[in-house]
Design a protein. Sequence first.
Length: 253
Amino acid sequence: MRFISETLVVFQRQLRLSLANPTWMAISILQPILYLTLFGPLLQQVAQTPGFPAGDAWTVFVPGLLVQLGIFGASFVGFGIIAEWRSGVIDRMLVTPASRWSLIGGRVLHDTLMVMAQGAILVTAATLMGLRVPFEVILLGLVLVGLLGAAFSAISYGAALTLKSENAFAPLINMFALPILLLSGILLPMTLAPGWLQTASDFNPIKHVVEGLRAVYRGEIFAPETLLGFAIALVFVVIGAWFGARVFKAQTK
């Protein structure tokens, strides 16, 4: 119970900070909507291309955008914790008896809620544009977005507190962002790529998460691709939680 109460205290603090800055929240929500509006119609033409996955353009494109939102919507939260570390906020938190797991858990819970809310808005907009999937499919998609958000939020906090510099953290994010985008089929399915690029993408775990969510949107909820995608997301959550808590604990040594 103590861990839960401490986590909720940190979560409420982060939520108040977000509500005090609605402009940033609006910008983070607007970006995937712009992808949906500007890139979605183009993909409807690409859907006629041989090699395009099963399903219409929306059931292929929307899952990719959701995965992108789960990853990149949470990967940049580390910039905020660097600023808090520099201003002494983190040091003041670390001298409290609060569990290190709760200090990062409250933040991760907040970020997870944010990306899931953004995902719900994204799916609502996609539905207005022509997406047609059952409600349980939408819920499963939001769960996966939440798992990815939790994982990459914790990893981002851990990396940021390790580096303690925006100048070092930004290149690190960009170094991983490009291969994830290009080799995961988030925007364009890898079935349209040359054979050698498809082989290279098989080593990118995010590709399997994308394919798993696309299988869900096709109605194949218990397909092997779906189970593999969710399993990989859970592995990322475990890795992120371990790494983030470990870095927080290391700050007190």
